[in-house]
Write a protein that binds this ligand. Sequence first.
Ligand SMILES: *[C@@H]1O[C@H](CO)[C@@H](O)[C@H](O)[C@H]1NC(C)=O
Ligand SMILES: *[C@@H]1O[C@H](CO)[C@@H](O)[C@H](O)[C@H]1NC(C)=O
Ligand SMILES: *[C@@H]1O[C@H](CO)[C@@H](O)[C@H](O)[C@H]1NC(C)=O
Length: 292
Amino acid sequence: MSWIRDSSLNWFHLLFVRLLRCGRVPEHVAFIMDGNRRYARKNNVEKLEGHSKGFDKLSEVLQWCLDLGIPEVTVYAFSIENFKRSEEEVNGLMELARGKFKRILLERETLNEHGVKIRVIGNLSLLPPDIRKLVAEVELITKDNNKAVLNVAFSYTAQDEMTYGTNLILNGLANDSISTEDLNLKLFSKCLYTRGSKHPELIIRTSGETRLSDFLLFQGSCSYLYFADVLWPELSAWDLLWAVFKYQHVCQTLDNMAKILQNNNTLSKKGAQFLKSINENHINELHSTVKS
Ligand SMILES: *[C@@H]1O[C@H](CO)[C@@H](O)[C@H](O)[C@H]1NC(C)=O
Ligand SMILES: *[C@@H]1O[C@H](CO)[C@@H](O)[C@H](O)[C@H]1NC(C)=O
Ligand SMILES: *[C@@H]1O[C@H](CO)[C@@H](O)[C@H](O)[C@H]1NC(C)=O
């Protein structure tokens, strides 16, 4: 199954898409892809088969998002907590991920043609070295694309992300590249794994669970949460269209709330310089990971 596929929307969906596009379409949607294992149990297949179906669904959902005109998508693929699952399942998932990241490298031309940037966000030091390498390569070859962004949260938790951001800032303070006057929420948000992407307006979780499970806790402060009562591999285009429709009904209220909560901070000159240096360091790290 390829990352780039043809649209599976029929004329009736497309009509609805056109209607939705008259209203506000979110610029960033995040998904908690929950229910692969339950799907496997329900259909009497191996757990891994459920995860594999989950990936197929992901590539379909990405295409729907493009059809809707949603330029950025973040998906929760693997939490740091998931390392606690059985060795067999974790190894199986890693093997699946290996295959999918290799597939991206094979499809690099199509991805670049479509202008898709792919970033893997999470604590990469917990991953097997060969996957770390693949992930670094994927990020490097797509980093200059700017039509669509896919963030794959892999080995991710929001708490780990905030620890990472805080450590960057502490280092910056310790080596005098910033001082306490430069600190604000704007600077902090750009030190997170999402590096200052627009915060998601809509977060969708499947499988009927109504928890965030340590996903985008900082970025999701003003997001509309939509809980779909289907397992991830069963998510239909209608579920997504319906979630966007529901979002459109409340987006004005969310906007007003975001305005009140929004930090009106601006980056100081030193802050901006500091961010430039951490971004350069990040790219250098990716290069050395690929070479290692
Ligand atoms: C990533 O995981 C490693 C190993 O558990 C840990 O030492 C490190 O602090 C984590 N990094 C961050 C930024 O949380
Ligand atoms: C930020 O500015 C807006 C518009 O000027 C204002 O309504 C809002 O209260 C400010 N937010 C904070 C946290 O000060
Ligand atoms: C200071 O620390 C930051 C964060 O780790 C790093 O990006 C930057 O390169 C460091 N600057 C110097 C001068 O060491």
